[in-house]
Design a binder for this molecule. Structure first.
Ligand code: ATP
Ligand code: LTN
Length: 336
């Protein structure tokens, strides 16, 4: 590790390859990873072990893991400057997760919103992994002595439980883990479904019209935006309570173009929703076009991607094992 990396703060974040990446994953998370990455020592993970808390088709999981790696790079994450890797390639994640499971309480896991949501959606498979998901996520973050965790709003509770687990562990054994902070963007932290704007745009959503995917073709993106749910009013104005659909589209337009809400209201004043939806669609098409084209090119280059994830796993394992060794020693395991 060079000297600069030692003084730089550390970022860790991850996304499950549980579905194709969406506009929500991009605006809520990856876009900020790219913006932050210069000033930090960054670890970006494809959390395939988290993905199997919900039943996956193995061939699809493999395809999406590789595609997600290509999309990380295509979004602007330079694999030479950032450590990009697959979670299951670094055994320390599973090993620390087990230890942290023993320092995580049943009660606090029961209060997790994501567990409650996912159990309701997968009532035939409420497995122990789904329940202890936050302990594995805490292991991801704490292994790298992370300072900052850039995520969308929905993950705030998970970063908070990670802090609680770290505080509990440090309280017993001394300062083993750095205390991480969540980093949640001001705009774009919660992109809603285009067809049901009261729920989050989510890659495992069963309604394909509500979700925009990074790899989607322009004509399909335009079709989704033209069908986006608005309201019976005609005014482009932001009020998430009474106008969730329009407010969501304004949010998307604002992050895609950099315009603020006031300017957007002025731009579309008296123009009606039809024109507004077309403009939002076009802005998203142009935002995603270079990413899709670059990702398609990279997906075709399997050996390049293989080199990246192998090198990433090696770099990640080096740091992760240092923390794991310290933890094993603290809890009283005999050195190997
Ligand atoms: P799943 O449907 O499998 O639960 P998801 O689409 O909800 O997946 P995650 O993998 O849980 O996405 O999230 C990846 C990252 O993107 C997280 O940091 C999350 O907070 C962020 N994110 C996901 N969806 C959105 C969204 N609609 N708006 C803003 N940020 C989002
Ligand atoms: N739980 C997150 C994915 C995730 C993650 C992490 C995010 C797993 N480990 C560590 C940040 C840091 C999700 O569902 N989006």
């Amino acid at each position: 590790m060079d000297e600069k990396a030692l003084v730089k703060k550390t970022i860790f974040s991850g996304i499950q390859p549980s579905g194709d990446l969406t506009l929500g994953s991009y605006l809520g998370a990856i876009k900020n990873w790219v913006e932050l990455c210069d000033g930090y020592n960054c670890y970006y993970c494809i959390v395939d072990m988290h993905a199997i808390t919900v039943r996956q088709n193995p061939a699809e999981l493999r395809r999406r893991t590789i595609a997600q790696l290509a999309q990380y790079i295509a979004c602007g994450l330079d694999p030479q400057k950032n450590t990009i890797f697959v979670q299951s390639h670094v055994p320390a994640h599973a090993e620390l997760a087990w230890v942290l499971n023993c320092y995580t309480m049943f009660g606090e896991l029961s209060r997790m919103t994501q567990f409650k949501d996912k159990s309701a959606k997968n009532s035939d498979n409420i497995n122990a992994g789904l329940f202890t998901y936050p302990a594995l996520m805490a292991a991801d973050i704490l292994l790298y002595q992370t300072d900052l965790v850039p995520v969308g709003e929905d993950q705030k509770q998970h970063v908070e439980i990670c802090r609680d687990i770290a505080t509990r562990f440090n309280g017993i054994y001394g300062d083993v883990f750095k205390m991480p902070e969540p980093y949640i963007p001001k705009v774009g932290a919660r992109i809603m479904s285009l067809t049901s704007p009261e729920s989050k745009m989510s890659k495992s959503d069963k309604d394909p019209g509500g979700c925009i995917y990074i790899m989607q073709q322009p004509d399909e993106i335009m079709r989704c935006f033209k069908r986006a749910v608005t309201d019976s009013d005609t005014c482009v104005h932001c009020d998430p309570k009474s106008k969730p659909g329009v407010s969501n589209l304004m949010q998307v337009y604002s992050v895609a173009t950099g315009e603020n809400f006031e300017d957007i209201e002025k731009e579309f004043c008296g123009k009606g929703y039809g024109e507004f939806k077309t403009k939002v669609g076009e802005a998203v098409v142009e935002l995603l076009r270079p990413i899709r084209e670059e990702a398609e090119r990279l997906i075709a280059d399997k050996s390049y991607l293989e080199g990246i994830y192998k090198q990433g796993a090696e770099k990640a394992a080096y740091t992760a094992n240092k923390t794991l060794r310290k933890v094993y020693k603290k809890v009283g395991f005999i050195e190997r």
